[in-house]
Design a protein around this ligand. Structure first.
Ligand SMILES: Cc1cc2nc3c(=O)[nH]c(=O)nc-3n(C[C@H](O)[C@H](O)[C@H](O)COP(=O)(O)OP(=O)(O)OC[C@H]3O[C@@H](n4cnc5c(N)ncnc54)[C@H](O)[C@@H]3O)c2cc1C
Length: 291
């Protein structure tokens, strides 16, 4: 039997002329909870740890001395944040691989989890198994808002298909078909739970891609929740979780050449302006793509 939360939604159809609606305004019935670290650990140890990694490169002091000074306040938190900010902006990413964030992610669809686990570097996942969990109470599913708001007949057909699939799953399990085989009938809409641990560098990279308005609405919403959680323990570190165009200063998405997303100018426009200026002043190369 389908357990449809009825609370799902989507950012709506994305057209070239409009930014998809912000999925953050809808309750999708999913959660992302930062289970480790808490605020005290981040403030007391994470920031000093990152500072130590950064400062070691430029100091005669031993790393453990630097860490001690950072933890006991001889190096002020402001000074630590100032150096860390400069190093992150310069792209010296190994310094922020020393700290990790662990999230409990619940109620996301398999459509989302398939995208999420494509991230490989600096991130670990453990996901609810459809082999070992037999969904005796019925599997939950996600209903996109475009379908919820569609022609009622279309929505009904969709819901019947999904419910039918889940009913068939239960029938098969009752008839002795192993769960690992019965699950073949599950739709992409089926909800799942994961634990995700990412180091800060990976988290910034993933957020850059998934907070972008070109990302799919559900995973974009997940990263809005993740950003919110990191912000709650550290507004400083949370501020680095942003669409990739924010630190880049331009948009590099081919699908946004028409600049329907206005957060940053498209790369083509920036390069054209640069080529024009270089041509006028006679400085630099004539065209940005010439060797
Ligand atoms: C808007 C959007 C649309 C997408 N559409 C599709 C699609 O249609 N089809 C599809 O299959 N996927 C799609 N993807 C997934 C995408 O191709 C990547 O697999 C996914 O975003 C993971 O990104 P990543 O490889 O940068 O990240 P990670 O795996 O987290 O890696 C982080 C970074 O580490 C480096 N790195 C990691 N592994 C290696 C390696 N083996 N060699 C060298 N460097 C490495 C790279 O610099 C990489 O950027 C889409 C992603 C987005 C954001």
């Amino acid at each position: 039997m389908t357990v449809d939360s009825g609370a799902a939604g989507s950012a709506g159809a994305s057209t070239k002329s409009a930014i998809p609606r912000n999925p953050g305004r809808l309750d999708l019935g999913m959660r992302a909870t930062l289970v480790f670290p808490n605020r005290e650990i981040v403030e007391r140890y994470y920031v000093p740890l990152i500072y130590t990694a950064c400062r070691t490169c430029y100091s005669e002091l031993a790393p453990d001395d630097i860490f001690e000074r950072a933890v006991d306040g001889r190096i002020t938190p402001e000074k630590q944040r100032e150096l860390i900010g400069r190093v992150i902006e310069s792209g010296h990413g190994s310094t922020i691989e020393h700290v990790v964030f662990t999230f409990a992610i619940t109620g996301v669809s398999r459509t989302l989890s398939h995208q999420l686990v494509r991230h490989r570097a600096g991130v670990a996942f453990d996901q609810q198994s459809q082999r070992y969990v037999s969904y005796k109470k019925g599997a939950s599913t996600m209903l996109p808002a475009t379908i919820a708001d569609a022609d009622p007949n279309l929505r009904r057909d969709y819901e019947e298909q999904v419910e039918g699939a889940l009913e068939l799953y239960s029938e098969m399990v009752e008839a002795g078909i192993p769960g690992e085989d019965a699950r073949f009938v599950f739709p992409n809409a089926t909800r799942t739970n994961l634990v995700m641990t990412a180091n800060l560098r990976a988290l910034i990279h993933m957020s850059g891609l998934r907070l972008c308005t070109m990302a799919q609405w559900e995973i974009r919403r997940l990263f809005q929740l993740i950003r919110h959680e990191v912000f709650a323990v550290s507004p400083f570190l949370g501020s680095f979780l942003a669409p990739k165009c924010v630190p880049l200063g331009y948009c590099d998405e081919a699908g946004n050449r028409d600049e329907h997303c206005p957060i940053r100018p498209h790369k083509d426009k920036v390069l054209a302006a640069w080529a024009e200026k270089a041509g006028r002043t006679g400085k630099g190369r004539e065209g940005p793509l010439e060797p």
